[in-house]
Design a protein around this ligand. Structure first.
Ligand code: NAD
Length: 368
């Protein structure tokens, strides 16, 4: 059987399968890997490196027509779906972009979207969202420091003392926690807000201050994710954020609700209260952003506040991101190939299409 990997679109700097994992697949899973010439270019990995690891180079059409498993990061349109049956594995965010599923329907195809893997201990080694969020949280702080014209740590000099920067983090999930750790290491004073009270302990253990709003509705069946809140709660939350944001130098916002538009936590009023020269990095930009003025993949300046909307900061860390993705993809592939159990929760959890039919309950809901 063939595992096929073709080049990603031009905007993508990451690669989902590296020579190390090619070698593991050929030796341990006894499958053949076929790749498009130049797959590793963005990272300086040559075709020869892939061949040494056991892959064969083919043209794109051959790979897309003949692979039993096709691996990619981004959704793509030139797959030949009329040929033999295929398993497509990627990160397609189909709960937010349900139209992406349409081309696979009524075809001999199964699709697995790794952003939907259950967030359980067993699935941790495949969890692409956690690997990417962790790197993005780190990079968000570094990026903010290069746009902020002050220092993060306190400086005591003969000429006087500079106060440490104040960093406000909205959303203490995987990205938020890594952003806290990074900002603390650089000497900033960090405040954090999340609707999930359960994150308060993690926040304090990293040395940051947790700020909270009373009245959050928890949902036991939400798999540890946040859910949408009442108008009254959102109103109280906006007021609290406005008061804290008015003294912040850097804001990293990461608040997401799976498959839904991201909650607006920073409205125009809050922006108007911000200090001149402050910087917002909005990691929720792709799902609409946490700041009212965020534009995805753009940097804008409003009233002396820089607002950077980017949910794919890991593209600026392509080496580390590809290493983690490649390990995640390999672990998932191994699990998929070795699992004899049809009701496996990991596989079912991220399978969006089964033999040409939508199989994920949340995606079925989107089409009803
Ligand atoms: P996410 O990207 O969906 O959201 C980021 C954070 O934003 C979350 O902490 C969420 O509570 C918060 N948020 C949502 N709405 C908000 C609002 N209105 N105001 C403020 N904050 C808001 O989350 P994630 O980083 O993917 O993590 C989701 C959950 O999964 C967390 O509970 C995390 O601890 C858990 N998790 C578990 C594992 C595991 O292996 N067991 C692995 C990774 C994550």
């Amino acid at each position: 059987k063939y595992i096929g990997i073709v080049k990603e679109p031009n905007f993508e700097t990451r690669i989902c399968f590296l020579p190390k994992e090619v070698s593991l697949v050929t030796k341990q899973l006894e499958l053949e890997v076929i790749i498009e010439a130049g797959l590793g270019e963005a990272l300086g990995i040559s075709d020869k490196d892939y061949e040494t690891a056991g892959a064969r180079i083919h043209n794109r059409d051959f790979i897309l027509e003949n692979s039993d498993y096709v691996l990619s990061i981004n959704d793509f349109h030139d797959l030949n779906l009329d040929g033999k049956s295929k398993n497509i594995i990627g990160i397609f965010n189909m709960l937010f972009y349900p139209e992406r599923v349409e081309k696979y329907l009524e075809k001999n195809t199964s699709v697995f979207s790794l952003d939907l893997l259950p967030r359980t201990t067993l699935a941790q080694s495949m969890d692409v969202l956690s690997s990417m969020a962790s790197l993005a949280g780190y990079k968000a702080v570094l990026k903010a420091t290069s746009h902020y014209s002050g220092s993060l740590p306190m400086f005591t000099t003969a000429a006087g003392t500079l106060n440490p920067a104040k960093v406000l983090i909205l959303g203490a999930g995987v990205a938020g926690l890594q952003a806290i750790a990074t900002a603390k290491r650089l000497g900033a004073v960090v405040e954090v807000f999340d609707v999930r009270k359960s994150s308060a302990e993690e926040v304090s253990s990293l040395g940051a201050r947790f700020i909270e709003v009373e009245g959050y509705e928890e949902e036991k069946n939400a798999g540890g994710y946040a859910i949408e809140q009442s108008e009254e709660y959102l109103d109280k939350q906006k007021k609290l954020i406005q008061s804290r944001i008015s003294i912040a130098n850097i804001v990293i916002s990461t608040a997401n609700i799976p498959g839904k538009k991201a909650p607006i936590l920073i409205d125009k009023q809050a922006l108007d209260a911000m200090l001149p020269g402050s910087v917002i990095i909005d990691l929720a930009a792709e799902q609409g952003g946490n700041c009212e003025l965020t534009q995805n993949q753009k940097t804008i300046i409003y009233n002396n506040v820089t607002i950077i909307g980017d949910s794919n900061l890991t593209r600026e860390m392509s080496q580390s991101a590809s290493q983690l993705l490649s390990a995640n993809y390999y672990n998932f592939l191994k699990h998929l190939i070795n699992s004899a159990n049809e009701d496996d929760v990991i596989i079912k959890g991220c399978q969006v299409v089964s033999n040409g039919k939508i199989s994920h309950p949340q995606l079925i809901n989107k089409f009803e």
